[in-house]
Design a protein around this ligand. Sequence first.
Ligand SMILES: Cc1ncc(COP(=O)(O)O)c(C=O)c1O
Length: 388
Amino acid sequence: MSSSRFDPSVDPAARRAAGGLKWNHYDPDVLPAWVAETDFAPLPEIVDAIQGLTDTGLFGYTGREDRLVEACVGWMKRRHDWTVDPTLVLVLTDVMQGVEAAVTAFSEPGDGVIVTTPVYFPFFKVSPSARRRQVEWPLSRGDGGWEFHVDELESILDSDPGIRVILLSHPHNPTGRIMDTETMDAVVAVAAAHEVMIVSDEIHSDLVYPGIDHRSLLTAAGARDRVVVSTSAAKTFAISGLRASVLVCGSRDVKHRLTAAHPRMLLGHVNCVGSRATSAAWESGDEWTDGLLAHLGAMRSRLIDRIGSEAPLVRFHPPDATYLAWLDLGACDLGDAPADRLVEVARVAVGEGSMFGNGGDKHIRLNFATSAEMLDEILDRLIPHLQG
Ligand SMILES: Cc1ncc(COP(=O)(O)O)c(C=O)c1O
């Protein structure tokens, strides 16, 4: 499928009229490049699956549908060369529910939970609401971009024996960074040596750029008893409103720890619309996703070119994955809350870096999953303000 199906003009008035947070949260003249959602027309098979349900009128309870689990196993094998055991897949309503379920299953109140700052800000709610201690393993910025330093993780774990969980965003939101195989193996080895579990949120893992290899954390050496992966089709196919996700375990023991900690009703039920739509996406979405990736790759290149030539003060390490650009505006004259300022002066809404915790000050997160025309308009508005 060509990438052109992702490039028709985006009509802001039509998007707003259709409803939804992305296009309606700000004033109508503000262009939205904030929340992680794309502007593309859906995969036709998802629409068909939902229409099939409306035809039958089935809107009642559903459970863990075999079709969804099989679709998940097939997708992970085809797209990620990752062999998932269907008996070790739990079906939940969303990725953050899986994250919270896993963090609380593998720790007790008062235990430490590591987050890799700056990071997807809802992670910051997990420990306080579950009475766990949040501990930071900050990413470092080298010349080539953001890095995970495993020696630093090791000294954090050495100095705090109460840490029980490492919570990863992999690919990492907001930097778009991916760990190479060697780093993943080292993280799992350090976690094993300290008897710490790893919860890996891999919701962006389909969205990886050419030449970069993303492997699930569950494929790392020794990960079977150490790692659980929370993921879904929501980001790739823009179906986050349909609420369906999977929590993939590597062993029966890990699955047992999860289910024992959370009797089934407490984990909630996936809804039938989300289950059918996700099944359709994972069964039929390969060619569509190839087209999406080609388009996102072109938008990423456009962003790199325009920022590089027209806003050279912006520090930008292009993402390995995700349709999110993490831009350091420290050298621009935009103050301490650049996103707030850019809504005012440029009429573009982007994510405020400080919300992503330490390392986020004077940064913004820009979503480039839109048409070339819309991205150009967003950049035309932003670039005059990204100067000294
Ligand atoms: C890293 C990450 N995890 C989780 C989510 C949200 O997933 P869900 O709505 O399924 O909880 C997002 C959404 O942007 C995300 O970027």
